[in-house]
Design a protein around this ligand. Structure first.
Ligand code: C2E
Ligand code: MG
Ligand code: MG
Length: 734
């Protein structure tokens, strides 16, 4: 490419001047730039590069690489760009206002602005200059006059380049072009219509599009689809003059692959201040990203076990604390420290020690849920961060973590037994900052260690008490289940009759579990059933209930009684694919048929996912069972939802019955449930009916059956058989 070197230099200088000034001075420079560009266009022999490109090139050089200094005619610095700062070491604040002499090397004389220069308007020379660091260097200096509107000289633009050899002005021009062409930064210039008018070699190398493919297209050529409207709007605005913009954009290469780019966007304006061109200078930073990920791995994770380290734990803990405050939920921090790890490590060597830590990490991790965090925070110290519904559940988790370490570890040829101590802090109660919480849990772990070999301790005494209670109840329940013949049975079933609202006769009964604790006396199922569900004991408990109900049915039959169907409550946890097989085994063993039993399910089961639940339900129905939905109205069931399940009975929850007939809302809900049930041809049972008013209201609504203290509380098997034998009836007054 050729072009009048003087004009090019002048363009550069005018760009720099426009950049360095505002208002009129800027307009003057821009107007002069337009004329110069026009002149340049005429002098340019290569037709495929528009003069605008030269202008844009000039801007890019001024911004990126070429140091530009402007001064007034007396030699005082008026403008100083970033490249000048980079080359010479002085900031604009330090340089502007100083006489240009401050850059001269000692051995040079200052000179007045030469006549010839004033006449010709530009010159090129080689000079020695001194940097702020004191280093003296050879510079190629292109000087151009800055003139005002009347053509009067008002200042000088100096364009410095560090040189080792003499470079002619022509060579300089070629150099400028080469700098852009050969730059390892990708450069793309667009016009006001967003059409690409120029790209360099790096652009083609990185994006895969050559010059011909790119020219005339819009920057959407590189659009990845990753960024949202708002982000793209911001980039677009920058390309249309909203101001320089720097950031990261994900682009798409010609081969479809995505790559992160670090981008600077700037614009070139005409004399009216309108944006005529925009340039994007970008680099492919995918390699940096990989490096960043590797850096992240190194900084945030433990090398040996791959678990998060203390640093990452701190961050996650801070997030967990604030989210628990938002959700009004609880979380726990469990610090686990292995006992005697040092002696194991010393005895077997560091290799074995490392292997043990890896295996410990694996076992601990497996106990936790996916959402829980397990970190390694010290040689033999691990920390679990868990979200819990109730604070005492942290004790259950700690217990699981400690128990999973019980089986021996096989390391090389050894069998190693490991025990540990755990300290628990719960948040937000115990502390509300990550650092304090960790400290508190740590102190608690150490206190636990002083107390004995292994186990866990909560930080707060109240929590320790609660956790102990919880644990004791669980153990006692376990004993109650397992205590066989020797001790008096603690578990029993009571039966609460259901009566027909048409005939007043007993048409069924619900079997309800009773636990008589040896010390505490009767404990409500409302208290121990949720505990059993948490710990999984509900499976054994449920099996016992089913067994005992069947045994009772057979016993009644043996007495010559024909009992109505007996309903048994099933927990959601019992509801798996093996349930039908388990039930039918018990039924067969006792010679009981499926018509003699009913199964009560809760709405929470339906929330567990229809695809797992419906096949099991269908199987049960096919076996002859009828299914009832308990506590209806307290969950989320809707009419359309309900239709998908083979349920034949709805039990209106006691909480709605309670408000009848006073509370309008409760009445409305009861009415809606009855209407809904009738449409689905379901039988409706009202639970917890205590008064005649309630009964009458429900009867009028069209409710089929009633269960409640009005007729009878849950009673023993013997009492229930008396009811049936005596044909005890509900009085319906009409
Ligand atoms: P549920 O299945 O809704 O049982 C009805 C509860 O309402 C029973 O409480 C019963 O005694 C009580 N109730 C009945 N009529 C009235 C009344 O007129 N007024 C009042 N205030 N209450 C009445 P219970 O026996 O304490 O059982 C509570 C819950 O424990 C049961 O609610 C059930 O969800 C669960 N449960 C009981 N036994 C078992 C069982 O064997 N297995 C399972 N999975 N859960 C059971
Ligand atoms: Mg029930
Ligand atoms: Mg109920």
């Amino acid at each position: 490419m050729t072009g009048d070197p003087e004009l090019i230099t002048r363009c550069l200088e005018l760009c720099a001047h426009a950049e360095a000034h505002e208002g009129e001075a800027r307009s003057a420079a821009l107007s002069a730039l337009r004329d110069t560009l026009e002149a340049l266009r005429r002098s340019t022999q290569e037709p495929d590069r528009s003069p605008r490109e030269h202008g844009a090139y000039a801007r890019i050089l001024a911004q990126l690489r070429e140091p530009i200094i402007t001064m007034d005619l007396a030699g005082y610095v008026t403008g100083w760009n970033r490249s000048a700062e980079r080359l010479l070491g002085y900031t604009p604040e330090e340089a502007i206002g100083q006489h240009i002499l401050f850059l001269y090397a000692e051995d040079e004389e200052a000179s007045d602005v030469p006549e010839l220069f004033l006449e010709q308007g530009s010159s090129y020379m080689e000079v020695r200059r001194r940097k702020k660091s004191g280093e003296v260097f050879w510079a190629g200096l292109s000087l151009s006059l800055i003139r005002d509107d009347d053509g009067e000289p008002v200042g000088i633009a100096g364009h410095l380049s560090e040189i080792t050899d003499r470079i002619s002005a022509e060579e300089m021009l070629r150099l400028h072009t080469r700098i852009i062409e050969d730059s390892d930064q990708c450069i793309m210039i667009t016009d006001a219509q967003d059409r690409i008018v120029s790209v360099n070699a790096a652009f083609s190398r990185v994006t895969g599009y050559n010059r011909e493919e790119a020219l005339g297209m819009t920057p959407d050529l590189l659009r990845s689809g990753v960024h949202d409207e708002g982000f793209r709007g911001m980039v677009h605005a920058a390309m249309h003059g909203a101001g320089p913009w720097q950031g990261e954009i994900i682009g798409r290469r010609k081969d479809g692959s995505l790559f992160p780019q670090s981008v600077s966007i700037g614009t070139v304006r005409n004399d009216k201040g309108e944006v005529t061109h925009a340039f994007s200078i970008f680099t492919d930073i995918s390699a940096d990203k990989e490096a960043a990920e590797q850096f992240d791995r190194l900084v945030n994770y433990d090398n040996l076990t791959g678990l998060p380290n203390r640093r990452l734990l701190n961050q996650l803990l801070t997030q967990a604390i604030s989210s628990s405050v938002r959700r009004k939920g609880n979380g726990g921090l469990i610090v686990i420290d292995l006992n005697r790890f040092t002696s194991i490590n010393e005895g077997l060597g560091p290799h074995a020690g490392d292997e043990l830590l890896r295996q410990v990490a694996q076992r601990l991790r497996r106990v936790l849920r996916d959402a829980d965090v397990l970190a390694r925070t010290g040689a033999d110290e691990f920390v679990a961060l868990v979200e819990v519904e109730k604070r005492e559940h942290c004790g259950v988790v700690a217990d699981k973590l400690l128990t999973t370490l019980h089986p021996p570890f096989s390391i090389e040829t050894h069998e190693i037994y490991v025990t540990a101590c755990a300290g628990i802090a719960v948040f937000p109660e115990d502390a509300s900052s990550a650092a304090t919480l960790l400290q508190v849990a740590d102190v608690t772990m150490k206190r636990c260690r002083q107390l004995g070999e292994s186990g866990y301790l909560f930080y707060s005494p109240e929590m320790n008490h609660r956790a102990k209670e919880h644990l004791k109840l669980e153990n006692d329940l376990r004993k109650a289940l397992g205590n066989g013949s020797a001790a008096p049975p603690q578990l029993s079933l009571y039966y609460q009759p259901k009566v027909s609202l048409r005939t007043g006769r007993i048409v069924g009964a619900e079997a309800l579990l009773r636990w008589t604790h040896p010390e505490q006396g009767p404990i409500s199922p409302a208290r121990f059933v949720p505990l059993a569900e948490e710990t999984g004991l509900i499976l054994e408990l449920g099996a016992w209930v089913l067994e005992d109900a069947c045994r009772q049915i057979r016993a009644w039959r043996a007495q010559g009684l024909s009992p109505p169907p007996i309903a048994v409550n099933l927990s959601a946890r019992q509801f798996d694919r093996e349930l039908p097989a388990r039930i039918s085994e018990v039924l067969e063993r006792h010679g009981v048929s499926s018509e003699e039993l009913k199964l009560e399910l809760t709405e929470s089961l339906l929330m567990g996912g229809a695809e797992n639940v419906i096949p099991v339900m269908n199987e049960l129905v096919a076996m002859g069972f009828s299914l009832a939905l308990d506590d209806f109205g307290t969950g989320f069931s809707s009419l359309s939802y309900l239709r998908r399940y083979p349920i034949s009975t709805l039990k209106i929850d006691r909480s709605f019955v309670e408000g009848i007939p006073r509370e309008a809302d409760d009445c409305a809900i009861a009415r809606a449930i009855v209407t809904m049930g009738q449409q689905l041809h379901q039988e409706i049972v009202a639970e917890g009916v205590e008064t005649v008013e309630q009964m009458n209201f429900l009867r009028e609504l069209g409710c089929d059956q009633l269960q409640g203290y009005l007729f009878s509380p849950p009673v023993t098997a013997a009492e229930f058989s008396d009811f049936v034998q005596g044909d005890r009836r509900l009085t319906l007054d009409d």
